[in-house]
Design a protein around this ligand. Structure first.
Ligand SMILES: Cc1cc2nc3c(=O)[nH]c(=O)nc-3n(C[C@H](O)[C@H](O)[C@H](O)COP(=O)(O)OP(=O)(O)OC[C@H]3O[C@@H](n4cnc5c(N)ncnc54)[C@H](O)[C@@H]3O)c2cc1C
Length: 412
């Protein structure tokens, strides 16, 4: 909207920009609230990164590689689809011919379904119906599903996972590339976006929560807006668990507010382990079997501090019962077991728990439209209707959809 000359005001409750994708400063360390992975198929996000002046160097581009130390190594070849996967499968280490055929069977089945299986189906149903092997389930499908949908396979929507697989395994090498931020998440997009806004007569008010929205004859007034001016258009761009109260405050969106308040959520825990200089993982990103963490990232290989490892534990599980120091010990021990060597004493560690990281992406989960019952009041966020799970890309796409709809109305 700013690009089209609209004077936009953003009210942000926090003093740190980025929401659920932000920098966290602790003990002199700068880490993210959670390791984020983007994929080449995130076209709207990468377009906005370019628009707001982001440099391609801010993202490490890695060919889709699934590496579980000593058990699996599979890398998509730099070829057009489906050759990139076919060659990747042929050259994979750790998969038998039975595994390879099972994976091809699943990919063929998905294609025959138009990548839109029955909306009531779970990922577990889909894996059973296509006779996936236990190796594929354990080393590929379960960790990929939990990473992409933040929901365990028994509860995850097969349709949403199919869209993820279509745009990664079944698309060309560029779409399936992993893009891993080399800068912190606030620097990646929100800070340049704020600069972009400022040079286009927009206003960003940090530390300014909005507590209620009232609709009147001149437009919307916002409790918490120091200007108390009426606004012709308002986009609620919060997490779903904050949008409900704002919608309810209008007095005209009670049903929608109740539906958002009823959304189930899943946590993500990130355990940062600072192992010191000279310490590296065999790859920038590795899969970890035998819990609690599913993936580990070598921040030193990705533009961050050398020896800093981010271990990701997606979705709910027994790890939630562990006190933080025990979780650190368990993750450290898991990493040692997976790498098959003793690791040095930790220089620093940190556990970041995001209790409501994303909505639980089950079959038929309620995802609202950008339109609300009140004309001029819109919803943007990762939970809004999308074929994608709760991701940066779905959040950005819904925001762009709101902007386009508002611009169309304004031009009438
Ligand atoms: C640990 C973790 C790991 C993740 N990993 C990935 C990943 O690898 N890849 C991926 O694509 N996605 C990932 N995600 C998901 C991704 O971060 C979210 O989908 C995305 O950030 C959601 O953006 P959003 O704009 O919808 O909401 P948010 O990021 O929640 O932004 C909402 C903003 O609204 C503000 N706000 C709330 N209430 C008010 C109010 N009343 N007044 C003013 N401001 C208010 C908040 O402070 C916040 O800044 C991860 C999330 C977490 C937590």
């Amino acid at each position: 909207m700013a690009r089209q000359g609209v004077h936009v005001t953003v009210f942000e409750r926090s003093h740190t920009l980025g929401g659920r994708a932000r920098v966290v400063r602790k003990d002199g360390w700068e880490v993210d609230n959670g390791q984020h992975i983007l994929v080449g198929a995130y076209t709207e996000l990468t377009r906005l990164l370019r628009l707001t002046g982001g440099s391609p160097k801010q993202l490490a581009r890695l060919p889709l590689t699934l590496h579980v130390p000593g058990r699996l190594h599979m890398r998509a070849a730099a070829l057009p689809a489906p050759l990139h996967l076919a060659v990747g499968l042929l050259t994979a280490r750790g998969l038998t011919w039975r595994d390879r055929l099972a994976m091809l069977r699943l990919m063929r089945w998905l294609k025959a379904q138009g990548y839109a299986p029955d909306p009531a189906m779970t990922v577990a149903d889909m894996l059973r119906d296509t006779a996936q092997t236990s190796t594929l389930r354990e080393l590929i499908w379960e960790p990929l599903c939990v990473a992409a949908l933040n929901t365990p396979i028994a509860e995850a929507s097969a349709r949403v996972f199919a869209a993820v697989l279509r745009d990664s395994l079944a698309s060309g090498a560029a779409a399936s590339e992993l893009l891993i931020p080399r800068v912190d998440l606030s620097e990646l997009f929100p800070v340049p976006a704020a600069r972009y806004l400022a040079t286009r007569r927009g206003t960003l008010r940090t530390g300014n929560a909005i507590d209620g929205i009232q609709s009147g004859p001149d437009g919307f007034t916002l409790s918490g807006d120091p200007g108390r001016r009426p606004w012709s258009q308002v986009v609620i761009a919060t997490a779903p668990y904050h949008a409900g109260a704002l919608l309810a405050s209008t007095g005209a969106c009670d049903r929608l507010a109740a539906q958002l308040d009823a959304l189930p959520h899943e946590p993500i825990v990130t355990v940062y382990l600072a192992l010191g200089s000279g310490q590296h993982l065999p790859q920038p990103m590795i899969g970890l079997a035998r819990g609690p963490a599913q993936w580990a990232f070598d921040r030193g290989m990705l533009g961050g501090s050398e020896g800093l490892i981010a271990c990701v534990i997606s979705a709910s599980g027994p790890h939630e019962a562990l006190p933080r120091d025990e979780l650190i010990l368990a993750t450290h021990a898991q990493l040692e077991a997976e790498l098959g060597r003793r690791l040095p004493k930790l220089e620093w560690s940190q556990v970041i728990v995001e209790k409501r990281a994303t909505f639980a992406c089950g079959p038929g989960v309620f995802r609202p439209d950008i339109r609300t019952p009140l004309p001029g009041l819109w919803l943007a966020g990762d939970y809004v209707e999308s074929e994608y799970p709760a991701t940066l890309e779905s959040a950005v796409r819904s925001g762009v959809a709101c902007a386009n709809a508002i611009l169309v109305r304004a031009s009438r």
